[in-house]
Design a binder for this molecule. Structure first.
Ligand code: AFP
Length: 319
């Protein structure tokens, strides 16, 4: 069986990027081990502060962020990092060649109920003579050189693309390695499963209301087929289900807070997931454009997200 280093060694991935990926995934194994300790290590609950987006930080958000930050800052190939838990980008090594944006613990509200969470990462190539600035970091998602996530579920899994398809690896704790368990992952074009937080229904646009209403009418409605619904409340878990068995995921624009374009963050949630979905034959859009074409204007920018089975994303956009 092939492991992560075999797969990277047999690819055209540059050595410096291999190092960044190895540092990232090794640190995720440390995060996974910290999560397994749960209450025993006294690391559950709130940290007592808010991140720049006004969200209360859990202790494990802060711990995971510190672990990734420390490991990546010490890696000479890293030029700068950006994180959900850091107000600003953090320049690392001026002569490094990679930017890495990450959500250290996506779905952290699931931690206290011992449910699925994950680390999402997005990597860009960039060089320059001066320390990196936020403006340098604002690169379109289609320029990502690698993207992926580590899912902390019943098993710890790495899902990775370096622009040549999507591979899934399962962590083998006995031999301390990620083993390739699914290669060339593909998402079926059609689906009968959707994911959306229905409690926001009254805040959605009329078009999203009509689309979802047609889904829930099932066989008796205009779609003439029944749809199932699932919601993990951690994007990493919902996207993983779609990569495993298909589906469509929506976190649409809503008018709950008109100052926000959506809930999910472009640079470390939407872009890496969009790259994975497209590499697996799916699609990822806002209500107006392909996510990977968005020119970011801020590191913590939010976007609407409609991603998954290609034909179902098209169907949603047709509303
Ligand atoms: P947290 O990391 O704050 O738990 O948020 C998770 C998330 O950003 C994304 O992973 C989920 O899909 C979405 O929010 C869940 O949002 P709801 O709270 O509306 O269910």
């Amino acid at each position: 069986m092939q492991n992560l280093s075999d797969v990277l060694a047999s690819s055209t991935t540059p050595d410096a990027l291999k190092t960044v990926l190895t540092v990232t995934t090794d640190t995720c194994v440390d995060i996974s081990n910290a999560l397994k300790q749960g209450s025993l290590a006294g690391i559950l609950g709130m940290a007592g502060n808010e991140n720049v987006q006004g969200e209360e930080q859990k202790k494990l958000d802060v711990i995971s962020n510190d672990m990734l930050k420390e490991a990546l800052m010490a890696c000479p190939a890293v030029r700068a990092i950006a994180s959900e838990e850091e107000d600003y980008i953090v320049p690392a090594n001026t002569d490094g060649e990679y930017f890495i944006a990450f959500d250290p613990l996506d779905g952290s509200s699931n931690i206290d109920i011992n449910a699925m969470v994950g680390t999402i990462f997005s990597i860009y190539h960039n060089t320059g003579d001066a320390p990196a600035t936020e403006a340098d970091f604002l690169i379109q998602g289609k320029e990502q050189v690698a993207a992926g996530y580590v899912l902390y579920g019943p098993s710890t899994m790495l899902v990775l693309t370096t622009g040549n398809g999507v591979n899934m690896f399962t962590y083998d704790p006995i031999n301390s390695r990620f083993v390739l368990t699914h290669d060339n992952v593909q998402v079926a074009k059609e689906t009968q499963e959707f994911a959306i937080n229905m409690s926001n229904q009254r805040f959605w646009s009329n078009k999203i209301q009509s689309y979802v209403s047609d889904l829930v009418q099932g066989k008796e409605g205009p779609r003439d087929k029944n749809f199932n619904m699932r919601w993990v409340a951690a994007m990493v878990g919902d996207v993983h289900r779609i990569l495993c068995r298909g589906g469509v995921f929506l976190y649409p624009w809503d008018n709950k807070d008109p100052s926000k374009a959506g809930k999910l963050r472009l640079m470390y949630e939407a872009n890496p997931m969009a790259m994975l979905l497209e590499q697996a034959g799916g699609k990822a859009h806002t209500h107006t454009q392909r996510i990977l074409d968005i020119q970011p204007d801020a590191i913590h920018q939010r976007v609407a997200v409609i991603l998954g089975a290609a034909n179902e994303v098209d169907k949603c956009l047709s509303y």
